[in-house]
Write a protein of this length. Structure first.
Length: 466
């Protein structure tokens, strides 16, 4: 115990193990008047973290996507800090600090304020890896990745020049090792180093290229773009959980429609998610389905850009809805009853996706809940609406139903009725229930409806099912 303690104390100096000579060159120092980063866009907590580390004698910077977004004048969604302190050293400086990860440890420093807690991710400068040795698979893909390095090395192992800038809030200076600021001005996305080699190391970088191009509106530099056509197939080797995370980031980027078009242009969508093949490869015959997906994505982008939350389950439920409708309709045509036909279609729709990339369980159950709620919006009789409104995922189901109304798949009057029903007091709700009866003349009681062999709502709506 004591020896461990003494060892820890002796390790107070930054533990810097280099795997190769630091030949990464000196950074360009960009003063405030040149980078024009507005300090108001900074997270106070991120600044606290860099100050605390600096006061303890370490180097510390805001880094990566946050600096890119700050330089673009966008408020970053999260802040990463890079330092020459080791994870242990970082952890000792903060009360709420947790070591994360085994392969490469980072520290999550958590701050509890008014809204959600904010996590600042602090990582120690990482070393460049040599090409030989056991770090790299035959294809060039990096397998292990756990050696600390200098700031220059840390910069060189990042992906794009605009993602490799370091901002010191104390001096308001940006350190730029790879011409990131010049590329920002040229609106260019450029891979650091030899692009083909970097894609081989980590094929996910190809997806990141598409995502950042969509987000920033920048052009991919031609040397960065060209190898993608040939190397896209390397994405097949990437573990499906990682691929799923990256696709999720792409869909939740606030620029999902542009990003999906970018995937198509780069020829990267095949095999990623069968649903992407589906959306992108179809022609005019699937206009209804495409409209629905497009509207759903535009809606998601709007929500994200205005800082609202989006559930991944909801998003996947929308992307797969056209498929589900088709399967549902086919089952109904075979004579299956409405609800079993829907549930069977849900199983089929999800099973088809799993051959490409597993949609995680927690999203799957959200999707099923949202979908199975849909026929219930058409049952405006008896106690059904009162019960439906109380289900825990009602809001998601309702939002989903409104999308169906917006594309004309479902009668817009039904959407309006529910909007009124939610807002009404109990008397108003009873009146609305009565209005449905009047609307349909003689609305069947739930019991009668169940006895009917083919109730009207048993057939999924026609328009978007193609
Ligand atoms: P976002 O705004 O989407 O979070 P980001 O640039 O912060 O964008 P992250 O995935 O959060 O992206 O990664 C943080 C930083 O880590 C990146 O800016 C980049 O410098 C580096 N990085 C992340 N993934 C990779 C990768 N696959 N290869 C090289 N560097 C990477
Ligand atoms: Mg980030």
């Amino acid at each position: 115990m004591i020896t461990k303690f003494i060892k820890r104390i002796l390790r107070r100096d930054p533990m810097v193990k280099h795997t190769q000579a630091n030949n990464t060159g000196a950074p360009k120092r960009i003063p405030k008047k040149a980078h024009r980063i507005d300090p108001h866009l900074l997270s106070k907590n991120a600044v606290k973290v860099t100050h605390t580390l600096q006061q303890a004698g370490y180097e510390a910077f805001i880094v990566g996507g946050a600096v890119r977004d700050l330089a673009l004048g966008i408020s970053p969604k999260d802040f990463d800090v890079a330092t020459n302190a080791t994870p242990d050293q970082v952890q000792r400086l903060f009360r709420k600090a947790r070591l994360i990860g085994r392969r490469f440890q980072i520290v999550h420093v958590t701050f509890f304020g008014k809204g959600h807690p904010e996590i600042i991710e602090v990582s120690t400068f990482r070393a460049l890896l040599d090409n030989a040795g056991d770090h790299v698979a035959e294809s060039g893909r990096i397998l292990r990745d756990n050696v600390w390095g200098s700031q220059g090395e840390d910069a060189a192992r990042r992906d794009f020049t605009i993602n490799a800038m370091y901002y010191d809030p104390s001096s308001e200076t940006v350190l730029d090792y790879h011409g990131g600021m010049a590329d920002m001005q040229k609106k260019t996305l450029r891979m650091i180093g030899d692009p083909a080699k970097r894609y081989r190391e980590d094929p996910v970088r190809m997806l990141r290229a598409v995502r950042f191009a969509a987000k920033t509106g920048f052009e991919l530099d031609s040397a960065t773009r060209t190898p993608i056509a040939k190397l896209g197939k390397l994405l097949n080797d990437v573990p499906s959980a990682r691929l799923f995370d990256e696709i999720l980031k792409l869909l939740m980027s606030g620029y999902s429609w542009a990003a999906i078009q970018g995937l198509k242009d780069a020829g990267l969508h095949h095999g990623l998610l069968p649903l992407l093949d589906h959306i992108l490869d179809k022609g005019e015959d699937s206009k209804g389905a495409n409209d629905f997906v497009k509207l759903a994505l535009a809606n998601t982008d709007d929500r994200i850009q205005s800082g609202k939350s989006v559930s991944a389950g909801f998003l996947f439920a929308t992307l797969l809805w056209p498929d589900l409708l088709k399967n549902w309709k086919a089952n109904s045509a075979k004579g299956m009853a409405n609800i079993p036909a829907l549930h069977d279609a849900m199983d089929d729709t999800i099973a088809t996706q799993s051959s490409g990339m597993t949609i995680q369980r927690r999203f799957e159950s959200d999707m099923r809940e949202i979908w199975s709620m849909q026929p219930r919006f058409e049952r405006r009789v008896g106690r059904y609406p009162y019960r439906l409104i109380e289900s825990p995922r009602f809001r998601a189901g309702y939002d989903f139903m409104l999308l169906r109304c917006a594309t004309g798949e479902l009668n817009a009057a039904i959407g309006q009725w529910w909007t009124d029903f939610i807002a009404a007091d109990p008397t108003g709700q009873d009146e609305l229930m009565a209005s449905v009866k009047n609307e349909s003349g003689n609305s069947p009681s739930p019991a009668k409806r169940r006895r009917r062999r083919k109730p009207k709502s048993a057939v999924p709506p026609e328009s978007a099912a193609s």
